[in-house]
Design a protein around this ligand. Structure first.
Ligand code: GLN
Length: 188
């Protein structure tokens, strides 16, 4: 199984470290040919507007949409969540959202960089809380048909899944806890 990490912009290096430590030998994806080689993909945090533009500039938007429609397993964190959502508030006009998970998100809904925070999250079915790292994170404003909420913070979804697509508002690659990546590799 070949795991790709979308490496156009943002926190892709930390995802690679966690995946490598789990023995997954991740590859960086920047081109349609590289995308075609992978069986699953991580879309990192960063700046969703920049990643969206770079997907267009690199000819990756349509190939990515096709792979998602085919059910390629995908994990999108923070900016990755925004890109995989079905709707985005406060994006730029024409910002891509691929609709892999039927949620609508608001960019920077938890505030600015200085409002970043850590908090423990209860993620079913794990007994130990998961360290949630939120950095200019998107707020999930609504959840539509087909999307499943796996964790909430103060009544708002922060981890959602629809089929083989998983999205988190937080940064599991910065948690010092590899359970979410392990679960994505083994069970999604
Ligand atoms: N606010 C960023 C965006 O809109 C996401 C922040 C992050 O990925 N840490 O893309």
């Amino acid at each position: 199984m070949k795991v790709g990490v979308l490496a156009l912009q943002g926190a892709f290096g930390r995802h690679e470290q966690v995946l490598s430590a789990l023995g997954a030998a991740p590859v960086e994806v920047r081109t349609p040919a590289e995308l075609a080689e992978v069986d699953r993909l991580v879309i990192p945090g960063g700046e969703s507007t920049a990643i969206s533009k770079l997907l267009d500039a690199n000819g990756l938007a349509q190939p990515l949409a096709d792979r998602l429609a085919d059910g390629m397993p995908v994990l999108g964190t923070c900016a990755g969540m925004i890109l995989l959502a079905a709707g985005v508030v406060d994006g730029y006009p024409g910002q891509r959202c691929f609709g892999a998970v039927n949620v609508a998100v608001r960019r920077n809904g938890y505030g600015r960089q200085s409002d970043s925070f850590h908090t423990d999250l209860a993620i079913m079915p794990w007994e130990e809380p998961f360290p949630g790292v939120f950095i200019r994170a998107p707020v999930v404003e609504s959840v539509g048909d087909g999307a499943e909420v796996l964790a909430e913070l103060d009544g708002r979804p922060v981890l959602c899944r629809q089929g083989s697509a998983v999205v988190s508002a937080f940064h599991p690659e910065l948690a010092g806890d590899d359970r979410l990546h392990r679960w994505f590799l083994d069970e999604v």
